[in-house]
Design a protein around this ligand. Structure first.
Ligand SMILES: [Zn+2]
Length: 301
């Protein structure tokens, strides 16, 4: 999994900071997560091939998470896109986008497929043989979902020397990788575990923005390879976090700790703070390791 942070600040674009958008590459897919104003500029800056984006996941309809969507959709049209584009987001997103296209008489010449969401339960949005994407219902001022990206279990790894020594026909190799015991050339049953090793653990990425402190999500995200959790405020502004239904550094860290994730990535910083270093320090008093999202930063998960 490769995660590129395209923008990770809250509220408004600034000359040196972009609001929320991320790109997750996993098993050949390129998933765009949120699409704030300026996202297409960031995609160009980091040399992402637009045509490879086929699925866009929008957490909620606050501008700093989706005001770049209509622009990107429009650019896709100007570039002559033909492939379908799937957009997953809260109920109302279709109306918000299509009204702008309609008034500008700029309908897309490709299929724009909206998947509107209104459930408060986790919903499976995408599923193939390699990866699945499920909503993580969050608690914000408007209807909001995070997203959980999960790799499917990998095949077992052949121990080639052991397979050869066991005198097993090559025609069984794919069955062996699927975990089956097989009969060798001497009609002896070979135990799968003696000729394979465990596959690498499937990776998962939990994206949680925007939300108040919401421990209800913990069971769903437990054991994730990485958790992106918003931390709009430092702990000293707990009152503002409650009022605006955002989280503090310490709350994000408590979620990461309860969910025993491998890595916590913080972002969605309020513009009131001169530096983001204090975010990391505060979170580390509760959980480690912590990384700070930065525009353009790449995480190999
Ligand atoms: Zn918001």
């Amino acid at each position: 999994m490769k995660l590129t942070i395209l923008g990770c600040h809250s509220a408004t674009p600034r000359w040196d900071a972009n609001p929320t958008a991320q790109l997750l590459e996993v098993k050949g897919h390129m998933f765009l997560i949120d699409c704030a104003e300026g996202t297409q500029v960031q995609l160009r800056k980091y040399k992402v091939k637009f045509a490879r984006i086929k699925h866009i996941f929008i957490s909620h309809l606050h501008g700093d998470h989706f005001f770049g969507l209509v622009g990107l959709i429009s650019t896709f049209r100007l570039l002559g896109r033909e492939a379908d584009l799937h957009v997953y987001g809260p109920k109302g997103i279709k109306e918000a986008i299509t009204l702008q296209l309609k008034l500008g008489k700029s309908w897309t010449n490709y299929n724009l497929v909206f998947h509107e969401l209104d459930s408060d339960e986790p919903q499976l949005l995408f599923d193939d043989d390699k990866v699945s994407v499920t909503t993580i219902p969050l608690n914000h001022r408007v209807y909001t979902n995070g997203f959980l990206f999960q790799e499917k279990p990998n095949e077992r790894t052949l121990d080639i020397d052991a397979v050869k020594a066991a005198n097993v026909s090559m025609s069984y190799y794919s069955k062996i990788k699927q975990g089956h015991d097989v009969i060798n050339e001497d009609d002896v049953l070979i135990d799968n575990k003696t000729i394979t090793t465990d596959p690498p653990k499937p990776k998962s990425y939990a994206y949680c923005s925007d939300t108040a402190y919401f421990p209800e999500i913990v069971p769903q995200i437990t054991g994730s390879t990485a958790l992106y959790h918003e931390s709009t405020f430092l702990a000293q502004h707990q009152d503002l976090a409650v009022k605006t239904k955002h989280s503090t550094t310490k709350e994000a860290a408590l979620i990461a700790k309860s969910a025993s994730v491998d890595l916590l990535i913080l972002g969605h910083y309020s513009g009131r703070y001169p530096s983001t270093q204090a975010f990391k320090k505060e979170a580390e008093t509760i959980f480690e390791p912590v990384a700070l999202a930065e525009d353009g930063k790449v995480f190999e998960l």
